[in-house]
Ligand binder design. Structure first.
Ligand code: SF4
Length: 328
């Protein structure tokens, strides 16, 4: 249950993203709606191709052309950001949204020290002197758990290990005190013990900086450790959304139940989700009705014909006809 204080910071409403092709537009995100409050971590989970990274890319204004937002709205702090001119969106992205990607090297320039990159980002967005910005950079490195930040600030990205580099990226993402952090598979390339530390760090930062965090991952174990709520995506739609404990312990959607079979302990290797028979459909071959029906063990006659919308399922909401039948 969300309190009064948790007014949504990010609101995504009926978001549609399409890719034009010679044979017509392919719908990659179809009426995706959710919100995230300040201080809250929303996990977005699903197999590869479900649309989770694309949702993150739409929010930060970095959908790769020819993909485009074809409908819906994205609001940050009540202000619409999906229709801003590119230069204005760049400012919003730098100042109000911090992005963290799987590979830290995509966010860091190998030619400059991490201190130079941090100070530049800080001074682009905050009215600080060079000295003040350097102090802030050292403080951010300390907050993200980099030992001896006064010395390490003058080192280059290649002098950091993978886990330490991802901490630098998190420091960089926080440099302008963003309201929203979009983290796309931030721990996937890291060792399991480092993953746990980065998750702990993201949680602490969400609380202390009151940032809203959208955490995109294919890994239900990461969701279980890190998130307050979780949205499960399948074939470009949200099929279940709710508080993480309910979704994990009482999943209402058969696809979510399949994903749940994949939560290993934090100390196990977790390269893949558990097996759900079949694969995510291609964009040009999304099944009719409930897109999950060819893979669903509970499929009923109406499933291939009618598409279920999200329905109340206890504390969560799920798009499955079993709920209408009272079978969950
Ligand atoms: Fe399975 Fe039907 Fe529910 Fe889709 S709507 S998940 S096919 S039972």
């Amino acid at each position: 249950m969300r309190s009064e204080a948790q007014v949504p910071l990010l609101e995504v409403e009926r978001l549609r993203v399409e890719f034009p092709t010679r044979r017509g537009a392919l719908l990659a995100l179809d009426e995706v709606s959710f919100s995230i409050a300040a201080g809250e971590i929303l996990g977005v989970v699903g197999e590869s191709g479900a649309g989770k990274s694309l949702t993150g890319a739409a929010i930060i204004g970095l959908i790769e052309p020819p993909g485009r937002i074809a409908g819906g709205e994205i609001r940050l702090d009540g202000r619409r950001i999906d229709n801003l001119p590119p230069a204005e969106m760049r400012r919003v992205r730098g100042r109000q949204i911090g992005a963290i990607f799987q590979d830290p090297l995509t966010s860091l320039n190998p030619l400059y020290t991490v201190g130079h990159q941090l100070v530049q980002t800080i001074r682009t967005h905050l009215p600080l002197s060079a000295l003040q910005a350097r102090e802030r950079a050292i403080d951010l490195l300390r907050q993200t758990g980099i030992p001896a930040p006064e010395a390490r600030i003058d080192q280059y990205p290649h002098q950091f290990s993978g886990g330490m580099r991802q901490r630098v990226v998190i420091a960089l993402a926080l440099a302008a005190e963003p309201r929203l952090i979009v983290a796309d598979e931030p721990t996937t390339a890291l060792d399991v013990s480092i993953q746990a530390q980065i998750i702990f760090l993201l949680k602490r930062l969400a609380r202390e900086h009151h940032a809203a965090v959208m955490l995109v991952t294919h890994d239900m174990g990461v969701i279980a450790e890190a998130c307050d709520r979780v949205a499960v995506m399948y074939a470009g739609r949200i099929v279940e959304i709710g508080p993480v404990q309910q979704v994990i312990h009482q999943p209402a959607h058969p696809y979510t139940r399949g994903l749940m079979g994949s939560i290993p302990a934090m100390d196990e290797d977790r390269e893949r989700l558990a097996q759900i028979d079949g694969t995510m459909p291609r964009l040009n071959a999304i099944p009719t009705g409930c897109a999950f029906h060819p893979r669903c063990a509970c499929v009923m006659p109406r499933c291939p014909q009618q598409r279920p919308e999200l329905m109340e399922a206890g504390a969560t909401r799920a798009a499955c006809w079993l709920l209408a039948e009272g079978a969950v």
